[in-house]
Design a protein around this ligand. Sequence first.
Ligand code: ME8
Length: 680
Amino acid sequence: MNTFYVTTPIYYANSLPHLGHLYTMIVADTIARSKRQRGIETYFLTGTDEHGINIERAAQKAGRTPQEQADYVVSYFKRMTSAFGLDTEHGGYDIFMRTTAPFHYEGVSDFWRRCEKAKTPKGNDAIYKGHYEGWFCAACAAYKTEDEYQKGDPPTCLIHDTPLDRVSEESYFFRLSDYGEALLAVYESRPDFIRPEARANEVISFVRGGLQDLSISRLRTSVSWGIPVPDDPAHTMYVWFDALTNYITAIGFGNEERERAVGFKKFWPALHLVGKDILRFHAVYWPAFLLAAGVELPRAIVAHGMLVDPNGRKMSKTLGNTVELDVLSRFFAIDTIRYFCLREMVFGQDGRFGYDGLIDRANSDLASGLGNLSSRTLTMIARYCDSRIPSGRIPEEKLLLAKRTGVDTDETTVAGFIETARDQFLLHFENLAFSRALEAAWSVVARVDKMITDAKPWDLAKDENQKQTLGVVLYRSAESLRWLSVLLYPVMPEASRAIWKQLGLEGVPDKIDPSTLKWGELPEGTAIGEVQAVFPRLDKTQILSDIRSGSESVKSPVQEPPASEPSESTNFIEIDDFAKVDLRVGQVLSAERVPKADKLLLLKIDLGEAQPRQILAGIAQYYEPEKLIGRKVVIVANLKPRKLRGLESQGMVVAASYGEEGRPVIATFTEDVPNGARLK
Ligand code: ME8
């Protein structure tokens, strides 16, 4: 089956994400969209890594429980991914994976047991119990060897500059030292297993240098916030063992319900997209665990470079040099950020991020480049007409005429040019060389711009004898825009859709395989849509000064929630706001399924009023109607009535909603309470 599975790392739920985290998501989202565009069934995972000392400490500092800490960070992630168009609703990720999900516990336990039963290639037990003595960095969630820390009392992590913890305790070990040869054999036989090549070489030389066994558990008394080791709850699993396994538990490993819903068999193996900072965990430890458990290895591990600050230091919360997502979302369009990340960062290498550069690129490549090409083409089509087709419609190209007369006019060269550029674009894209792919696309922008400048349609329009040529020039520009919106859709979904719509085309370019594009398929005579600037020019001085002064004049959709607030909600309301909601106790008098609506139940509810209320509730998949009869429920009594499936619903049943699929649990009372009583 033609399927594809792409993952980002699951991010630590100890702090809020920044541009670095967004970057990996943007790349993964772009890859997922391009696969879907080609008709490949794709699953895209992102999420949070919620266990370990890291999260425990962050929670403690913020006065939260670890679960509250994770919920708090996740609520921000959810708003952030929605604001940046990366969530399911916007065609982005398929799962926001959380390692506190019960199915993950099940899957990891299963995976551990498999490793525990396994023999290494040298015939030893893959997991054994021993004693660990050494230094541990909570920020990296990794044990540190002597060359990985700065000596001192206590020593500090070379990456995070934070003090290390001394660990001296009983621990389970994974016998990594027995896997060196097996891993090297994998790297050798699969040159694309680790990408880019330079990173693969680093991994290979690390493994050649000899592997040490890995401590994969901590005593519960030292780290309590974690998944218990099966049959030995005095130990919790090492957070990386737990976290890496998310990639398979998310799609169904070790849990039948998930398997049915997604399918490990269907989607595994994955392409793991990671920052180079965590390559070793993915390219050494993870494949070794998988080899032990007898699970197929990933499709590939692709490591990108780090976003660094102007001083070349990795952008990170610990260093306090991050680009905040609320600032970005306040001043820049999503597609501008996506374009910049993919165009400016040479994929695989570190890249500097600065607002100056972002604004310059946005103005040169987007506002003056693609945006200008789009608006000048469409404005001219709106204004001028060719010999036959009135203004406001796509003109005729007369390609056939030119071919027949054997005249090698510009049309053949533009068509030929864009076809070659498309092929280059796709080739670079396939190799994850996004920057070069975009260069190829922008060579088309330049080519078509040149054609317009050379042909001067504004002069042609003045001459009745030149109307055919005018039509040809405008057709070619418009057809090039159609191609560009298909090619660029995975990188800039919103802008591509906007151009597509302005061309007067039906649907969206998200399902058109760019390799099947044929020149001349833009229907002549199509009425174009309303012409609007796709990328308005950015006022650099104003934006930079607003950013520097911390101006809040533009509201951000991803502002940090108040620090004291542990839950998923963000804004406080006044008591008067709450009083507007009339919540009443009701009792279910009858309940039945709604034909042809597999989610809906039709309920009659006694609210202590003269007549029972008719209320529709989307709970049919989780509640048997007959079991609800007589049950006390909470009803929003002053909700504006609305029609669902032709039936009026006069209120709403209040229910909790949890999990990925939003499973409902109806609110109820444990004590007696009369129908119609108000909740306040
Ligand atoms: O390592 N530039 O989580 P994490 C580019 N939970 N990418 C960056 C970046 C930067 N400056 N900073 C962060 C963890 N990233 C583990 C992963 S996976 C089973 C467990 C991105 O929150 C990049 O993808 O520290 C990097 O690898 C990841 O965030 C690290 O996220």
